[in-house]
Design a protein around this ligand. Structure first.
Ligand code: HEC
Ligand code: HEC
Length: 200
């Protein structure tokens, strides 16, 4: 029995010694220090992966999964010649305007982009007053006929996706709260539901 315990103790010490030793021998290479994985002595010659946007023309691209529920979808097609968006030239609406989108095979601009969230205001020359009181959780949501001005500049929120390799893998996994949330949104419903709750 005694001998058994002794053997066990020796074995334990030996394992401890072995693990400590191997930990001490481990070195960190200079290449592994930064995200770029090159030696810091030739860093100036290190170039990042080239940023490559998709070149599939609109109508031939494949939609990109959305990052999370009601995230603005990425632009899956080439936007060459469409940017910058100007007051007189917004090609995005020419295909995505709800009236024509279906015939173009494009996703229609959602209802949320046809809502005005700006409260009416009054200015009497001295004082600026709003028609609502944010401090009382009052909000102003008005469905409107035309695209909201705040949504005119599509690329402020929608961006093309690049194929560049990520230096750090993104492990985020979205938990979509709605069916087909990866490819569809219904944020206008969220807004209207919230409004109902506020009114109660
Ligand atoms: C010539 C028509 C056309 C033009 C112009 C156009 N699109 Fe598209 N867009 C499409 C089509 C068609 C799709 C569907 C994917 C496909 O078939 O390529 C699409 C897909 C998208 C999507 C993805 C929608 C989703 O449900 O995932 C976004 C976002 C988008 N476009 C934004 C834009 C923006 C912003 C502009 C202006 C810079 C623009 N589009 C200009 C036709 C167009
Ligand atoms: C202020 C930010 C913002 C701007 C500007 C904006 N969008 Fe969006 N867009 C979003 C967000 C957020 C969503 C997803 C949530 C939702 O449905 O509103 C979205 C959703 C979409 C969708 C997907 C609709 C669906 O049914 O799944 C399309 C298509 C789209 N936008 C097109 C456009 C176009 C075209 C423009 C320019 C005319 C534009 N957006 C301007 C933020 C924006």
């Amino acid at each position: 029995m005694k001998l058994g315990k002794l053997t066990l103790a020796i074995a334990a010490v030996a394992t401890l010694y072995a693990t400590t030793m191997s930990a001490a021998e481990k070195t960190v290479s200079e290449e592994s220090l930064g995200l770029r994985k090159t030696t810091i002595y030739s860093e100036k010659d290190t170039t990042a992966d080239k940023v490559m946007y998709g070149t599939d023309a609109a109508g031939t691209s494949k939609k990109i999964k959305r990052a999370f529920q009601d995230a603005p979808p990425m632009i899956p097609h080439d936007v060459d010649g469409m940017l910058p968006i100007t007051i007189n030239n917004n090609q995005c609406t020419m295909c995505h305007e709800p009236a024509v989108a279906e015939s173009m095979g494009a996703t229609p601009i959602p209802k949320s982009h046809f809502m005005d969230f700006r409260p009416k205001h009054k200015f009497d020359g001295k004082q600026f007053t709003k028609s609502i009181d944010n401090m009382k959780n009052e909000v102003s949501v008005k469905p409107i006929e035309q695209l909201a001005g705040a949504r005119f500049n599509c690329t402020q929120c929608h961006a093309p996706q690049t194929t560049g390799k990520l230096a750090v893998k993104n492990n985020f996994e979205a938990a979509f709260t709605k069916k087909d949330g990866e490819f569809k949104s219904s944020w206008d419903e969220v807004i209207l539901d919230d409004l109902d709750t506020l009114k109660k």
